[in-house]
Design a protein around this ligand. Sequence first.
Ligand SMILES: C[S@@+](CC[C@H](N)C(=O)[O-])C[C@H]1O[C@@H](n2cnc3c(N)ncnc32)[C@H](O)[C@@H]1O
Length: 288
Amino acid sequence: MATDHEWDDMLFSGTAVHYERGRLPYAPGLADALAGALNLDGRGRLIDVGCGPGTLALPLAHLFGETVGVDPDSGMIAEAARKAAGRGLSAKVRWVRARAEELPAGLGTFTVATFGQSFHWMDRDAVAATVKEMLRPGGALVHISDLKTETRSVEAPAHPVVPRSAVEELVRDYLGPVRRAGRGLLPHGTPGGEAAVFTRSGFSGPRRLVVPGGQALERTLDDVVAEVFSMSFSAPHLFGARRDDFEAHLRRVLREASPAERFSERQPSTEVFIWWRDPDGRPPRPTS
Ligand SMILES: C[S@@+](CC[C@H](N)C(=O)[O-])C[C@H]1O[C@@H](n2cnc3c(N)ncnc32)[C@H](O)[C@@H]1O
């Protein structure tokens, strides 16, 4: 698929190694919820587009006969492959370094396509149209993200909350007032309104599921530092020669908020939108 959309190869550069420690996982019931809603039985094929370090592809792999993770960032693909090997999943999961805009890339057809907090970085109409063609009859596209409308704080926390405003202010002090993204700036953030895109592309739906989070989590200062460096807008390379100064400063800010270097946070709920390839929205029937 040829498009004018440009992918900035610095967007997530250097963030992958900070994901495992820094990013909170999706809600623990996500795989079971998807298995039920999509009628998954260990057969069929999953393509996870913008797979990052395998955040979704790895915990969903047991629901399919084969899984393909696609991401253009070499660090993400390397981290995903490392984690798959560690979990004994190398034979079942394949990683392809490519932009979503380069699909179908000879990858064949799929029962389910997932996008975990990745679709907003893509040439959305073109990618939705291509992925629809890659789905088998009865197949589904699944859009997955943290539920943004709930608070991250817990009741009666054992430790202070992460001082997010102070961290954001510190990032602005170092990187400027406008959100950074790869080699450029992102003054208006990433686009929303993906429902209109999927509808325009001819998908039917959506069915919305919220997989509940809510569990109290304890996070260390190192976890929070990793979270900051896992974000595209505070990726390590953006700080250039001031990276170590920034990290030292960040640690001071976090230690001021919690001298014990522990923070309490709520496991986010996960919001899922299922879009069907076909108008009658039948759950996919795995065939291989
Ligand atoms: C926020 S991360 C999400 C990773 C993972 N899916 C998750 O749920 O945690 C976004 C991912 O989208 C990838 N990405 C950005 N633009 C892309 C594109 N045009 N095609 C495919 N992947 C892309 C990035 O490299 C990054 O790994």
